[in-house]
Design a protein. Structure first.
Length: 134
């Protein structure tokens, strides 16, 4: 959890100052996606669910790192539309990554529930365990 957090801390100032003037909606959505992703990751860690970073999260991080490195190199000029488009693409990868994590957590709980469910129960009063009064 330390590595991804360090990546976010390094990219956040550049992201904030480069997008706050030119594309507030993109900045808001990236921050919202990061908050949702962090919340899901913390929920998984709290429930002792460990999974490695998926390819969508790695692609998102690579795209954002490259874009913000180029934006930082040409600072303070306006970000090029191609790089803004790549940030929108990274947001799509982030959404897919969040969905992948959520589905992984759901399947983990389904497997855990199925494993905990008793298989061969013998009932004292027949198959259904219900006594009917006549």
């Amino acid at each position: 959890i330390i590595g991804p957090m360090a990546d976010r801390l390094l990219l956040f100032p550049v992201m904030f100052y480069s997008l706050i003037v030119y594309n507030e909606a993109l900045l808001f959505l990236i921050i919202l996606a990061e908050i949702v992703n962090a919340t899901i990751s913390l929920f998984a860690l709290d429930n002792h669910i460990y999974f490695s970073q998926n390819i969508f999260a790695k692609t998102k991080m690579t795209l954002q790192s490259l874009v913000f490195l180029v934006i930082l190199a040409f600072w303070p000029s306006t970000p090029n539309i191609v790089f803004v488009g790549l940030l929108w693409l990274s947001l799509i990868f982030m959404t897919i990554s969040i969905i992948f994590k959520a589905v992984s957590i759901i399947f983990h709980f389904k497997r855990q529930y199925a494993a905990a469910k008793p298989q061969n129960i013998q009932y004292a009063f027949g198959e259904k365990g219900i006594i009917e009064a006549h």
